[in-house]
Write a protein that binds this ligand. Sequence first.
Ligand SMILES: [Zn+2]
Length: 641
Amino acid sequence: MGKSALIILSKGKDPSRIENWRPISLLNVDRKILAKILFCRLVKFAPGLLSGAQHCSVPGRSAFSAVLSVREAVERGRAGFWKGYLLSLDQAKAFDRVNHEYLWSVLLWYGLPVRFVEWLKTLYKGAESFPLVNGWTGRPFEVASGVRQGCPLSPLLYVFAIDPFVRRIDRGPLVGVRGMELAAGGPSLRVVAYADDVSIFASSEEEVGWVMSEVGRYSEVSGSRINRDKCETLWLGEGDPAFDLQGTLPEPQKLVKILGIHFGQEGDYHQQNWEGRLKDVAQKVDRWKGWSLSLRERVHLCKAYLIPVLLYLSSVCILPGTLWATVYSLFFQMLWGNRLNLIKREVTYRTRRLGGLDMVNPVVFLTNTFLKINIANLWKERAPWWVISCREWFRPFFQEWETGGRVKDLRASHGYLPAYVAPVLRTLRRWGLQRGEVETMSRFTLDRRVLSSFFQAPLALRDCPSQDLEGGLSLLNSERIPKKVWDVTWRCFHGKLYLRANVKWRSPEERGCPREECGAVLESMDHFLLHCLFNIEVYKKVGASIGWPRLATLSYAEWAYGAFKDLGGRDRRTLFIVSAVVRHHIWCARCLVSTSRKILPLETVYRNIMGDLVKVRSLEYEKWGDPKASRLWRGFSFGVP
Ligand SMILES: [Zn+2]
């Protein structure tokens, strides 16, 4: 049980230096279960026992509350309410250096039962690790210190180990960050900790000295060590630093990175963070450009691959209006695979039942994430420091809005305000959001509310009588449509295939049907579906073969919405599927002509279609068997393909 395999993961920096690798212990499952049980028992007491400045592993606090506290402290400095240093301490190999004897005595000091601590000791008794590299194992060695990265209990044990230090700083003689009303006896912020990531706010030379002596004392008893070169400092407040760090820590920088976000005294760090992160997104979009994926898969990619890159940042810094166009363009390049959007974005946001793709609107999503985390908490009782600080910024603008009125206008007389205030006010006003909505709706509901009020375009369907719309939508969403033909089906429903007549930038001479026999007739939806000579030959041949000769004379509404006038005893959905498979193949054949001048013979297209139809049909027989499948496929005769 004490054995574990040790692997190392790169932190993505210079791989020739050992400190840029993260050791992870692969532990056996029995041990993990035991550790999880102990974790669940201990975590309940964490909020009561641990310092309020620790945000990791404590229920009700999170990386969000930690980074938002730092943001508010920086904003107070930028506003001139506070002057001093932000000291961001870096613990060298924090998790691996915890002295076990020290850890056990801390836990006992916090009043944990001896029996419980004995259980914890069991986990670490005779602990051995062996390196595992590319499948090769090395000689095991005894683990005499440290909590293991890879164990569910480790972060919690670590925050207990570092708590005496965090607590001393938090209760010590530091003045801490205050501002406006906060100055009048309100709480001040002295330290923010997220596991080993500790940021301290020191406003005088004596305070820095005191902090460094506390760091020294803590290192002595716990075995921890500060990595001075990797610590970062930032001077907050107007002008040059009022005092020197005396070489105890590195000189102040323009920007520091804390919990993944860059903060700075000068310039707009919101914008800088967003620009950096959008570069990552652009790379990801680029990487997926050439892949042939369906629209539904691309929507999933947007939601599950692009959004996570921006989610964390969007809760700390609001997406600046100047970057809206960039964000839209990146997400829709991911969706369409190119820069050409034939179908209105507003249509893609609709749910699939209403003819859309369930596409995420990135601007609404990211903005609402900011509102839900920053604004929805403003009215909480017993609010944490960062919420109190936020409240002070917004108070002059929200008084009427809070009771159903309008958000007040921004005036120059308000003096310094954080960069997020103006966009929040503008958004609340533009989208007409009420306090109750922001406070109680989930982000998902809030998104839908904004989308349906401001990003809804009516479906612009041609030749679609309203009685056919409902039926058309239900056919479009039928699970029976083979996945590979769905995209063309959906695009055709909206009347927007990439035909030459649909692509506006082509000159009139270039808008002719790519097939020579048509003699450069304008390639419209009508031409492609109803009149293209090659296609008509295909319809005739397939129609004769499956016993549905009407295929050759279908109208536009029948192709697009499945509004078949004469079913002839056949199932409407089956007819729609058959027409969808045929259309998919004539579309593919047409694209080959247009892009690589390759002309498939009629016989080949016919055989591809019949092959797919036979496949679809036999899959349905397999799935449902008789009599259901026979009923669905009644009226078709499948000759030998
Ligand atoms: Zn044609």
